[in-house]
Design a protein around this ligand. Structure first.
Ligand SMILES: [Mg+2]
Length: 387
């Protein structure tokens, strides 16, 4: 088998209503979808966030290569950046999309689901929590937080056992009040996570952590700038709530830095940033060996979500205790529920949860197909074809 050509599809979906987090607001959702096609007709899908020109530049060097040499191709993208001291930056995003697409392609070519290529699954479904509860325009006016609480109740009614809300986008006391309002709304049985998206300095983050602790918050995500290890470490050492972070980490080296220094209590690599399926699986193993909880980040479409499900299907229970329990020793992943027109129509299946769990696809490759109408509808201009 040889890689014959590679398509790049820049997709953008406009939102009916903007939403926001501590750093900014958005009125669109975007992803870069990649399809790698081999000379025997086998193909595979991947995605990432880096721009199409960077992807096209890397794709050119892959034409004619054997797509089954996933590790060699991954290294050919990342290794030229080694001298940057482990920060692979955009190369890590490129490798993420390529790696994902190669696993999908090889799985389809061999008639095996990706989890079989990773050693076989140890569980059939993955526990998820709802990511939502971003800021919406009414939050700036309505201090009873009625839309926020209604959204939260919706997740409870759908069967989610956990949900994550944003903090850091309002004045501190308002955000603290919202955390407690959420706890009152959903009762004692639902896990609540809070995500500041790097909003605070260490002092404010530590104060905030103390003021939300008695709302039984499962973790406090990205309290400070994600590359400020000393600041995050200070919060981790003084916060009564476990901390989490790592969604922007690129490759094993950045994940290892966070693990070695125990910067966060929970590590959250994002498959489209860290380096794809290969690197997410490796990160899970490193976290397991370090006894740090591993909870992958997710923010794109069903392509990368399926890749996360396949990977988590194969990771060990950690620690290997009895009974099995998500958040304690069984894997959990984020399941973005915020509006995303592309995610909501691009893949078959559109992933859904039942009892807060999502089934791991069993068809070959990632086990998804792409809706070509959706692909064409959301694409900005023509697909870029590298051959
Ligand atoms: Mg986050």
């Amino acid at each position: 088998m040889k890689i014959e050509h590679i398509e790049i599809h820049p997709l953008v979906g406009k939102l009916d209503q903007p939403f926001g987090w501590s750093q900014r607001w958005t009125d669109e959702r975007a992803t870069q979808v990649v399809r790698i096609i081999a000379d025997n007709g086998a193909y595979g899908w991947g995605e990432t966030g880096v721009g199409p020109d960077a992807l096209a530049g890397a794709a050119a060097s892959l034409i004619g290569q054997n797509p089954e040499r996933i590790g060699a191709i991954w290294q050919s993208i990342i290794n030229p950046r080694y001298q940057s001291g482990g920060y692979a930056g955009p190369a890590s995003n490129i490798a993420s999309a390529i790696d994902m697409a190669l696993y999908d392609l090889v799985g389809r070519a061999r008639g095996l689901p990706v989890y079989q290529l990773l050693g076989g699954k140890v569980r059939d479904r993955i526990c998820t929590y709802a990511t939502g509860l971003y800021y919406v325009p009414s939050d700036l006016e309505d201090k009873t937080w009625s839309d926020f609480l209604e959204e939260a109740q919706g997740y409870v009614d759908q069967g989610f056992t956990g949900m994550k809300m944003k903090i850091g986008g309002l004045k501190l006391k308002e955000d603290i009040d919202r955390v407690h309002a959420l706890r009152r709304q959903v009762g004692d049985e639902i896990r609540i996570m809070v995500d500041a998206n790097e909003a605070y300095d260490p002092m404010t983050a530590i104060q905030a952590a103390h003021r939300i602790a008695d709302a039984d918050v499962t973790w406090f995500e990205e309290p400070c700038s994600s590359r400020a290890d000393e600041d995050n470490l200070l919060v981790t050492s003084r916060s009564p709530v476990p901390t989490s972070g790592g969604e922007s980490a690129s490759t094993r080296r950045e994940v290892a830095r966070l693990l070695k220094n125990r910067v966060f209590d929970i590590i959250q690599p994002e498959i489209v940033n860290v380096g794809g399926i290969s690197e997410l699986k490796l990160s899970a193993s490193m976290a397991e060996a370090c006894n740090v909880r591993f909870v992958p980040h997710f923010w794109n479409t069903g392509i990368s979500f399926s890749a996360i499900l396949h990977t988590l299907a194969t990771v060990a229970q950690s620690p290997p205790a009895h009974p099995k329990e998500p958040y304690v020793n069984e894997p959990v992943t984020e399941f973005d529920q915020t509006p995303h027109p592309v995610r909501e129509s691009l893949t078959d299946p559109i992933f859904k949860q039942t009892d807060s769990h999502v089934a791991v696809p069993d068809k070959p490759g990632l086990g998804i197909e792409i809706d070509e109408d959706a692909l064409n509808h959301f694409r900005q201009g023509d697909a870029i074809v590298v051959q």
